[in-house]
Design a protein around this ligand. Structure first.
Ligand code: GLV
Ligand code: MG
Length: 311
């Protein structure tokens, strides 16, 4: 197992409140995705594309990366899994032909650290050959029971890693769960069904110092359901959520942005604590509530997130 870095986020990490999925086979959706306001858009070569269309989708992804103005939106491609016949061509073709127009590769169905290591190594070879200056970043889907079990090793294996993404769809398959198409249990279940898996992804992501991004929510006509699930993940420390439709982007951006109240409280707590420190104290009270070093760290992380959004 590789060494585990200190349990604080790598700095600086990108803002990833919303990550919009767009099938690379469907060029009619590209312009809309580029204007969706998502923090990241990924062109999907994997499960949203029929197997026979995958090589053609690769060409369309390269054209979209080259030809469309993506503004400040991060440009990603989800490649096929490392156990498929398409994976190596996905990486080589996209990286070679899209050049600097590609920011991130998303690796699906990781089962162990070696899956990510393999992509990382191939990228290093390509970047050297192509004299690419800016390293390509990675995000990795934890959506398999073995992947969840090895999430810490996966989170710590590559310096390119920005995020672990929880994939509830494939994870449901891997687990044999009894859920509907929104990955909500079809039989009564006490509490939040996804708590265990999400919490483990969140913990592994923090150990690796990377972001945790929540799963897709397939029913794009159910904003309440989307917002509910996004809120559950956000409470656990997730930084963003996938969107499978542009209408979900705004919901994710809203849930994963600190509220004005949170920012105001964080500021007051930091100020009061600094004031107490100047008087030689290690804790103080704000509105009758204790504020100590842990509260200040929480507040500072929230303020850093708010600051990153203003930038
Ligand atoms: C995403 O890929 C998922 O399987 O949920
Ligand atoms: Mg999946």
């Amino acid at each position: 197992m590789p060494p585990v870095p200190s349990p604080s986020l790598r700095s600086p990490l990108p803002v990833r409140r919303s990550e919009l999925a767009t099938p690379a086979s469907n060029e009619r959706m590209f312009e809309k995705a580029a204007r969706s306001g998502a923090d990241l858009v990924f062109l999907d070569l994997e499960d949203a594309v029929a197997p026979a269309q995958r090589p053609d989708a690769r060409k369309k992804a390269v054209e979209a990366l080259r030809d469309i103005d993506w503004g400040t939106t991060a440009r990603a491609v989800r490649i096929n899994g490392v156990d498929t016949e398409w994976c190596h061509d996905d990486v080589i073709d996209i990286v070679t032909r899209a050049g600097e127009q590609l920011d991130t590769i998303i690796v699906p169905k990781a089962t162990a650290a070696r899956d990510v290591w393999w992509v990382d190594t191939l990228l290093t070879q390509l970047e050297t050959k192509l004299r690419r200056e800016r390293p390509i970043r990675l995000e990795v889907l934890i959506e398999d029971v073995a992947g969840l079990e090895h999430a810490v090793e996966i989170a710590t294996v590559s310096d390119r890693l920005d995020a672990l993404i929880f994939g509830a769809g494939d994870f449901s398959v891997s687990m044999g769960t009894r859920v509907d198409t929104n990955f909500v249990p079809t039989v009564p279940y006490p509490g939040d069904f996804w708590h265990h898996a999400r919490a483990r992804v969140a913990v592994a992501a923090r150990i690796g110092g990377v972001l945790a991004i929540d799963a897709p929510y397939p029913d794009y006509r159910d904003p309440e359901g989307y917002t509910r699930e996004a809120g559950y993940a956000s409470a656990l420390g997730f930084s963003g959520k996938w969107a499978i439709h542009p209408s979900q982007v705004e919901l994710a951006n809203e849930v994963y942005s600190p509220t004005p109240d949170e920012v105001e409280n964080a500021r007051r707590n930091v100020e009061a604590y600094r004031e107490a420190e100047r008087s030689g104290l290690g804790a103080t009270g704000v509105d009758g509530k204790l504020v100590d070093a842990a509260h200040v760290k929480l507040a500072e992380e929230l303020l850093a997130r708010a600051e990153a959004l203003r930038a």
